[in-house]
Design a protein around this ligand. Sequence first.
Ligand SMILES: CC(C)(COP(=O)(O)OP(=O)(O)OC[C@H]1O[C@@H](n2cnc3c(N)ncnc32)[C@H](O)[C@@H]1OP(=O)(O)O)[C@@H](O)C(=O)NCCC(=O)NCCS
Length: 171
Amino acid sequence: VTERGLSVVLDGAASGPKPRAPLSPHDRPRIAALLESLAVFTDDERAVALELVDHHLAHPGSDDYRFILGAGAPERLSGYLCYGRTPLTRSTYDLYWIVTSPDLARADVARGLLTRMEGEIAREGGGLIRMETGRREGHGAAVHFYDAVGFTRTATIPDFYAPGDDLIIFT
Ligand SMILES: CC(C)(COP(=O)(O)OP(=O)(O)OC[C@H]1O[C@@H](n2cnc3c(N)ncnc32)[C@H](O)[C@@H]1OP(=O)(O)O)[C@@H](O)C(=O)NCCC(=O)NCCS
């Protein structure tokens, strides 16, 4: 197994839940390049996504933001996912970001990352997973994706991001 995230999953399966492998500083430019390759993100969105990476790198012992990386060439990621336990809840998790390289769209990269996240959560006893997205996020791809992988549209806040761009909460 050469894919780091996958090896983490297998380690966890062998010996029960344990802290997952942290990102290394080497991963930051790979994630930055991936975010840069997605025209759908604004600079502000990229900056927020990288803040989570920087938080993780600056606080190696912290479990706030967990990352699962897709496979890929050394300098090129197929995708990544960032999730974490939701503070002040017993067993709820937030999926903060899920991103696939545009040249691998619709190749099940995101579906695979999500399956790995669900495996990690299951090993901790399971829990509710929440994700929030804008109706127009990724030109609507995010909503299509969450619908397709079986999440429920639990709540909508109309015009949250901008007129006509609702916030949709999936669980
Ligand atoms: C949303 C996103 C993560 C989906 O990644 P992906 O790897 O292409 O998704 P998958 O191949 O795993 O798709 C699984 C299913 O979701 C649905 N889906 C995914 N993208 C879709 C799109 N653009 N339009 C319609 N349905 C889509 C399909 O049903 C698909 O299955 P199918 O291809 O067999 O029909 C990707 O488009 C992306 O990175 N978008 C920009 C960032 C973003 O908006 N992230 C989410 C919010 S942080």
